[in-house]
Design a protein around this ligand. Structure first.
Ligand code: CA
Length: 227
């Protein structure tokens, strides 16, 4: 299991990252300031570091510089605020990747997977569940023999479903995975997009679990799913 260090002082974002990463099979640890982040990152226990640039005690850019001196290969993904993202790249030399807040979790996850892939087998580029096939490279979806055009948002939502077949996903989970943590939790955007997906894939593919959320039906067991 890959271990990820989350260096982030903003509790809301740290816990959003921690929950999301754990749900996707990563082990995580938190560092709330730059000093702790540096000590933990140097321990050699982590496969990747998510580093917030604005950290107390020791600034994220200094953490990165120090860390690079100690460990030139540990992948570091830097999180920046909008203002910092506009600054020159100089402060971020040594970062493997960076993302500006607010970010969408699936995008962060995709970048983490790219960074961690190095030594393992190449990641599957086509996700298949039943007669559904989602090609992550061409961003095309097939339902049986039929090719379906998806918008960017529909694609991301479909990807979340296909990565968790048969699993109930709550509206909150889908919202944070596809729309990001800054989205209004009272919004009905998830229901709207599930409706779009059902229209394109066939209603039977996505089941409603009353009071809990939605589930990609695998067709493997149980009675035929109801739309
Ligand atoms: Ca911060």
């Amino acid at each position: 299991m890959n271990r990820i260090l989350i260096a982030e002082d903003e509790h809301r974002i740290a816990s959003f990252l921690e929950k999301g990463l754990r749900a996707n099979g990563f082990a995580t640890a938190l560092a709330g300031d730059g000093r702790a982040a540096l000590a933990m990152a140097r321990s050699g226990q982590f496969d990747l570091v998510i580093l917030d640039l604005g950290l107390p005690e020791v600034d994220g850019a200094d953490v990165l510089r120090e860390l690079r001196r100690a460990d030139p290969v540990l992948p570091v993904l830097v999180l920046t605020s909008r203002e910092e993202a506009g600054e020159g790249a100089g402060a971020l030399e040594g970062a493997d990747d960076r993302m500006a807040k607010p970010f969408v979790f699936e995008e962060l996850l995709a970048r983490i997977r790219v960074r961690l892939r190095g030594d393992g087998a190449p990641e599957e580029t086509i996700l298949r569940v039943g007669d559904l096939a989602l090609d992550l490279r061409t961003r095309r979806m097939r339902v049986g023999e039929r090719t379906v055009d998806l918008t960017a948002r529909e694609f991301t939502l479909a990807e979340v479903f296909l990565r968790h077949p048969g699993q109930v996903l709550s509206r909150e989970q889908l919202l944070s995975h596809v729309w990001g943590y800054d989205f209004d939790p009272g919004s009905n955007v998830v229901d709207v997009y599930v409706r779009y997906l059902r229209r394109k894939l066939g209603a039977e593919h996505i089941g409603t679990v009353r009071g809990m959320g939605y589930r990609l039906e695998t067709g493997a067991d149980g009675p035929p799913p109801r739309p």
